[in-house]
Design a protein around this ligand. Structure first.
Ligand SMILES: Nc1ncnc2c1ncn2[C@@H]1O[C@H](COP(=O)(O)OP(=O)(O)OP(=O)(O)O)[C@@H](O)[C@H]1O
Length: 258
């Protein structure tokens, strides 16, 4: 199926909801009472210190991890694309990008070419996977996540290893994908400045949700400042989110942090 057709999920339909989600690993509470909701058309970014449970949250939401409490409700028509934080591929494996994207099942050439174009590496289908740079490899992972036309895309620090320009390009690409497919995007990132520019909503996680809301509201929240300080105020002023730039984005769930 062509990737260009917009996905007709109703903008206000929750794609995924978590209620009072609890996850314990090795006797430690990693996620505590997480309640969140993600809708089609919005870009939501999870920020938080190292070890605060961001990857665990994504893995719990996609069902890769057993939960110890609460529940997760997924839309009946949910089609999930997931870009993991890491994926180790043996560099000696003679694997082209096309063959990688054909695992575990084959796709039409045109579908693969289109996914690569959407992910920002057009024309690289016949390149050896091992020959891709770190940033290109991340984009190949993104193409793999896009190939089945997800209506929810989850990315776990997919911009790691990219330089400043590459990171800014990456977020622009995400906005483009959201605008073109109408999908919801949930991402984990440490690039606070760019995150603040690209996200419709930010969730600040430190095992529990410290605060969430529009980027401006979250950065003003004492809980966020206690974790990240206030140094990004200047950058935020430069990168401030322009609502007119994203005509398809629905209003964020919370206007205020908390
Ligand atoms: N499989 C596991 N076994 C033991 N501990 C785990 C496992 N997975 C996660 N943890 C622990 O859970 C905590 C949260 O890990 P997680 O990877 O979710 O954090 P994170 O916020 O994504 O961190 P980072 O920003 O460093 O990627 C960490 O203390 C981690 O050591």
């Amino acid at each position: 199926m062509a990737l260009s057709a917009p996905i007709m999920t109703h903008p206000q339909t929750p794609l995924i909801e978590a209620h009072d989600l609890n996850v314990r690993i090795g006797g430690n509470a990693i996620l505590e009472d997480i309640t969140l909701c993600l809708r089609a058309g919005e870009i939501v970014t999870v920020v938080g210190p190292n070890g605060s449970g961001k990857s665990t949250l994504l893995r719990a939401l996609i069902g890769a991890l057993a939960i110890d409490g609460g529940h997760i409700h997924k839309a009946r028509d949910l089609r999930l694309g997931y870009v993991p934080q890491r994926l180790h591929i043996d560099p000696t494996l003679p694997l082209s990008v096309r063959r990688f994207l054909n695992l575990p099942r084959r796709h039409h050439r045109a579908t693969i070419d289109q996914a690569l174009e959407q992910a920002g590496i057009p024309g690289r289908a016949d390149a050896a996977l091992a020959s891709l740079s770190g940033g290109e490899f991340q984009r190949a992972l993104m193409a793999r996540a896009l190939i089945d036309e997800p209506n929810l895309l989850m990315l776990d620090e997919a911009s790691q290893g990219l330089d400043q320009t590459g990171t800014a390009d990456f977020y622009r690409q995400l906005e483009h994908i959201r605008d073109r497919l109408g999908c919801g995007i949930l991402l984990v990132s440490h690039d606070l400045h760019v995150v603040m520019r690209a996200a419709d909503r930010v969730i600040c996680l430190n095992h529990h949700i410290c605060c969430q809301g529009r980027p401006e509201a979250v950065t003003a929240a004492p809980e966020y400042r206690a974790l990240f300080g206030t140094d990004d105020e200047t950058a935020l002023a430069i990168f401030r989110h322009d609502p007119h730039h994203h005509p398809h984005a629905p209003a964020a769930e919370d206007d205020d942090a908390g």
